[in-house]
Write a protein that binds this ligand. Structure first.
Ligand SMILES: NC(=O)C1=CN([C@@H]2O[C@H](COP(=O)(O)OP(=O)(O)OC[C@H]3O[C@@H](n4cnc5c(N)ncnc54)[C@H](OP(=O)(O)O)[C@@H]3O)[C@@H](O)[C@H]2O)C=CC1
Ligand SMILES: CC(=O)N[C@@H](CCC(=O)OP(=O)(O)O)C(=O)O
Length: 309
């Protein structure tokens, strides 16, 4: 029998993209809600309890409400929201992080799909901490560029319909320095000193570039941009979706690299004594829907690239 999958929030930006990625597949059965009833509690509850795996693509409160509606103990959950990313009992859905993380994802009953900025940050910082190169108390700073689709339907409408002059240039936000990804960025990497993080949204649809800058003499061992590049390349060797550029960065790094794919590209740049690390990927791909489909595949025991480009 084919596994039954239900997407709650199918009409949203993330939900639609997951639906597009799953809609053509004949190895799963998609349970579809009557569009007129998509916010009807009884109908949602019925579907949430009839699926093998439900994928929640909802605002945080609605995601919590959906989880509370699940009474069938065999239902497994992938949540795309921020609600459960650091919650006990939930597995963080970034398989490339470590071998043991991929194993945990295989059997997860409750899986939190990572936040988009957080994926970029964790892909750079987690390996360096785990390899003993980056001290856990390093005073990290990070900035992250994103297309406006990261803000969901509301922000897409703002950028595509309002077109006011302030929307035509990059905008810094999260100025309290407690962006909603701050908790997972700190906790998942095991940092003892929290990063200073500032996201920037700009007038293009999708794509991210998340950057961390390092002083090499504050790292463990004798490090240069080249040794850091080589260590990261070794860490991610053999991964289908996470890659490290073979050469040090030069020229320009465009933040819409890889748009439309589930790929994430790390570029290491630098000069004597200083290193710049940048992760580029699609906020709707590896930053949301692509990652959810990859996690779904792993949970179902399928090749993780099934249905993904
Ligand atoms: N966009 C992105 O790049 C990323 C988004 N996420 C997360 O994924 C989740 C979804 O985000 P996104 O797709 O961007 O958001 P959208 O606003 O585009 O979509 C959310 C959808 O949920 C629907 N919805 C809201 N409340 C309910 C409810 N009570 N019952 C049923 N449906 C409901 C909305 O309905 P309506 O259409 O009527 O508004 C909308 O269709 C969020 O938690 C977001 O933070 C995670 C990573 C990246
Ligand atoms: C441009 C923009 O507003 N982007 C969103 C990030 C989208 C996202 O990743 O949201 P989740 O935490 O729910 O996964 C933001 O920074 O809040």
């Amino acid at each position: 029998m084919k596994p039954k999958i239900y997407i709650d929030g199918q009409e949203g930006t993330t939900g639609l993209q997951i639906h597009d990625r799953l809609g053509e597949r004949d190895d799963i059965e998609l349970l579809l809600i009557d569009p007129a009833l998509r916010k009807d509690i009884a109908e949602r509850k019925k579907l949430l309890n009839s699926a093998d795996i439900v994928i929640l693509c909802l605002p945080d409160d609605a995601a919590r409400e959906a989880v509370a509606m699940i009474e069938n103990d065999s239902v497994r959950v992938i949540d795309a929201s921020t609600a459960y990313r650091t919650a006990p009992g939930w597995v963080y859905g970034y398989p490339e992080m470590s071998k043991s993380q991929r194993e945990k994802i295989k059997t997860a009953k409750r899986l939190a799909n990572p936040g988009c900025h957080a994926v970029g940050f964790i892909s750079l910082v987690y390996p360096l901490v785990s390899l003993g190169i980056l001290p856990k108390n390093y005073p990290l700073t990070c900035f992250s560029l994103t297309g406006y689709s990261g803000g969901g339907k509301k922000m897409i409408a703002q950028y595509e319909q309002e077109k006011t002059p302030d929307l035509l240039a990059p905008r810094l936000y999260g100025l309290t320095l407690r962006h909603k990804h701050f908790a997972e960025m700190t906790e998942v990497t095991g940092l003892t000193r929290a990063p200073v993080f500032c996201p920037v949204v700009d007038d293009y649809y999708k794509g991210m570039a998340t950057t961390v800058m390092l002083h090499d003499d504050m790292l463990c061992g004798k490090q240069t941009s080249r040794t850091i590049r080589d260590e990261l390349a070794g860490y991610y060797a053999g991964q289908r979706f996470v890659k490290v550029a073979p050469e040090l960065g030069s020229g320009y790094l465009n933040s819409n690299w890889g748009a439309g794919t589930n790929d994430l590209m790390i570029t290491v740049s630098g000069t004597d004594g200083e290193t710049l690390l940048t992760a580029r990927f699609d906020n709707l791909g590896k930053g949301a829907s692509g990652a959810a489909v990859q996690n779904l595949n792993i949970m179902l025991g399928l090749p993780e690239e099934t249905g993904l480009i």
